[in-house]
Design a protein around this ligand. Structure first.
Ligand code: GSH
Length: 211
């Protein structure tokens, strides 16, 4: 049995979405970040950073949302969520996942931290202009890489698209324009996938949104 530790309205929705895409059976454990549950010793024992998501599969404990989504895809190869290891598609898939986590989401994470995630004494409002500028550059790279295609890699939906779509949804929640009509269409289409709706329902059914 797979166990996912998450909190509604956070990056754990990537993992729950991936689990729903592959049809996995899993147990969801709420880590109420607002109530400080991420800092409890029993949770720190499986995730020393006190963050969500975490996936536990037997002896394996995984953090980092992209690594978890990739593991889920690899465990369910028929789903096509991850291209086969060693393939050209897998190399491109890895590239997009690393880009999304290190370039695309970072300006959003900077904005999130300096809006509310950090304690007030650590917030630097002057950072927003730079974060917006960095976002526009990363969004341009994503739009160029996607072109007129439906998916980032090959002809089918992969976890790279899932991570990109969730990051675009995050930008929308912050009312940050994408600046590219193709990204709007891409996000609309991916965010309408039934597995995403099931994931949102599964997480929100467990606890109210943190925001
Ligand atoms: N790179 C990590 C980031 C995880 C992360 O920062 N999670 C946030 C919620 S979206 C969190 O748990 N924050 C609580 C904290 O920093 O104390 C991933 O993608 O899994």
């Amino acid at each position: 049995m797979l166990h996912v530790y998450g909190c509604p309205g956070t990056r754990s929705n990537r993992v729950v979405w991936a689990l729903e895409e592959v049809g996995a059976i899993y147990e969801y454990h709420l880590v109420n970040l607002l109530a400080g549950e991420g800092r409890k010793p029993d949770y720190l024992a499986i995730n020393p950073g006190g963050k969500v998501p975490t996936l536990v599969d037997g002896e394996l404990i995984l953090s980092e949302s992209a690594a978890i989504c990739t593991y889920i895809g690899d465990c369910f190869p028929a789903s096509g969520l991850t291209p086969p290891p060693g393939s050209v598609e897998r190399a491109l898939y890895n590239q997009w996942c690393f880009f999304i986590l290190s370039e695309l989401e970072q300006p959003l994470w900077t904005m999130t931290k300096h809006r509310f995630a950090l304690s007030e004494k650590h917030r630097v409002p002057a950072i927003f202009a730079t974060a917006h500028w960095e976002w526009s550059i990363a969004a341009q790279v994503l739009a160029t890489g996607l072109g007129e295609r439906a998916f980032l890699v090959g002809e089918c939906f992969t976890a790279a698209d899932l991570l990109a779509a969730q990051t675009l949804a995050w930008a929308r929640a912050f009312e940050i324009p994408f600046g590219h009509a193709t990204l709007e269409t891409y996000a609309d289409r991916l965010l309408e996938r039934p597995a995403r709706a099931q994931a949102v329902e599964r997480e929100q059914g467990i606890a109210p949104l943190v925001e």
